[in-house]
Design a protein around this ligand. Structure first.
Ligand code: SF4
Length: 480
């Protein structure tokens, strides 16, 4: 219902140009991903495509803004061009022809459209599109992509009065007989079977919802899954890809199931995107939380792990996530994420999505601080069984984004939580005598020197960055 422009006819028109056409088959320098979104929601990672037409409005007319040069890790750039639906195919042909003629072919790592645009500049490339078209194009309008992206679970009302039913396919693992079941449900509804970029299924044209939902398909692939499973992406992983570092698909499912058990949440949108190696086919940078397989040194051995990214966005003009935690042992990653989910559950406003929650969180805290809360809380809950958890304070507006301030705030919070007292009675710790709380918090004796350094009255002697505290925590763990 949030679709403004019907894109299927445009897609069909574009496909007809290159399908079974020798002029186009294998003639492009390399892959050329196309996205067209006529919706207020970004359901196809539109800014991650080489050629992207995103819903826009200019002078009261709906059309598309053209974005070019997206690839894993890089969002497509605004080409400053407003395209009417009737012009979409011609603009596609112009851009694809330029890529075919001028795209780099000598270096596989540099032959996506992005590199051609980087070399000539977007303004010049835009001029070349106009020359190909033979007429001038207007500058861009207002991109309309403010709503949440990703799949909707449950049912979606369609314009013809029927419904589209969603089926969650964890990590996209699906067999041939499952496909037959899905096709049967679609055929009996006189509808169609669609695949989403979040590796789920949608069956359109459904009028008898109860009957459709009673099919074996929806027993195996639920229509209303846990939010941790609803928007899950996982690339091929070691089982099917030679580049894979971790199995990936089973790891993503295991984390989703663990989170559903340990931190159940209702009515949430949580996008967990997994890539088994740095090539990033699981578009980890676009996820609320992204995972990339890696190897981690641990107790003299090398074990499987993940780098964890946070803060990819699909709304607005999209945004890439940034590194949150590096080299986390794969088996423990779910426990770290569970700690962030506890914070999300406890601090979300209404039915706030994880994307919006993280956006709010990042206004207040650095990624280092957020990662530290996850690390510390996991350590206290699972390895020490001590109730000395940290909690984000999102009532306070803004944040200094100085790690030293955040360290002091967290040290104070931990000490207060355990002893019932602040380390200092005023905001001027230097003016006060340093208190000793060690005898009041024997359960934290092991961590006393770390905590004391976190709240050291003299800022010159206080811990400056979270990395140094993490090094101390790791040292303590290896001494055990
Ligand atoms: S991200 Fe790496 S492991 Fe996953 S499909 Fe791509 S190349 Fe293969």
């Amino acid at each position: 219902m949030d679709n403004i422009i019907k894109c299927r006819p445009i897609m069909d028109e574009i496909q007809a140009i290159f399908l079974k056409n020798d002029d186009w088959i294998t003639t492009l320098p390399r892959k050329f991903n196309i996205g067209i979104s006529g919706s207020l929601s970004n359901r196809c990672n539109i800014f991650g495509q080489d050629f992207a037409l995103a819903l826009a409005q200019k002078e009261g007319i709906y059309g598309f803004n053209l974005y070019l040069g997206g690839r894993v890790g890089f969002l497509a750039q605004d080409a400053d061009m407003f395209v009417l639906p009737s012009q979409a195919t011609a603009v596609f042909v112009a851009v694809a022809s330029l890529f075919k003629t001028y795209g780099f072919r000598d270096n596989r790592n540099k032959n996506r459209l992005k590199f051609l645009i980087d070399a000539v500049g977007m303004a010049e490339f835009r001029d070349a599109i106009e020359k190909q078209l033979g007429f001038a194009m207007p500058s861009s309008g207002e991109t309309l992509c403010a709503s949440e992206g990703g799949d909707h679970y449950g049912k979606i009302a369609l314009n013809d009065g029927s419904f589209a039913l969603y089926a969650a396919v964890p990590s996209g693992v699906f067999s041939g007989s499952d496909l037959s079941d899905a096709a049967e449900v679609a055929a009996s509804a006189n509808g169609a079977l669609r695949f989403t970029i979040e590796q789920n299924l949608i069956i359109t044209g459904v009028r008898d919802e109860t009957n459709a939902l009673s099919s074996p398909l929806f027993v195996k692939y639920p229509n209303r899954p846990s939010p941790y499973m609803a928007n899950l992406i996982a690339c091929a992983g070691t089982e099917h890809c030679p580049f894979g570092v971790i199995p990936n698909k089973p790891d993503a499912i295991e984390m989703g199931e663990y989170l559903a058990r340990v931190v159940p949440i209702q009515d949430a949108k949580i996008r967990l995107y997994w890539s088994a190696c740095i090539k990033g086919c699981g578009i980890h940078g676009a996820g609320d939380l992204g995972f990339v397989g890696c190897k981690v040194p641990h107790n003299g051995k090398t074990v499987l792990g993940v780098d964890i990214f946070m803060g990819g966005t699909l709304s607005g003009e999209g945004g890439e996530g940034h590194l949150l935690l590096k080299g986390i042992i794969l088996e423990e990653a779910k426990e770290y994420i569970a700690e962030l989910m506890v914070q999300y559950r406890d601090h979300r406003i209404g039915k706030e999505s994880l994307e919006k929650f993280i956006t709010r969180l990042k206004v207040r805290y650095t990624n280092h601080a957020i990662g530290f809360v996850m690390r510390w809380n996991r350590l206290m809950r699972l390895e020490n069984n001590v109730d000395a958890m940290l909690s984000f304070n999102l009532k306070k507006q803004g944040g200094s984004h100085r790690e030293q301030d955040e360290i002091f705030e967290f040290g104070t919070q931990i000490i207060h939580g355990v002893t019932g007292e602040n380390p200092y009675d005023t905001d001027e710790p230097l003016a006060e005598e340093k208190k000793s709380y060690r005898h009041k918090a024997p359960e934290l004796a092991e961590y006393a020197s770390i905590l004391e350094k976190m709240v050291e009255p003299n800022p010159l002697k206080r811990s400056v960055v979270f990395t140094e505290i993490v090094v101390e925590l790791k040292k303590l763990a290896s001494e055990q």
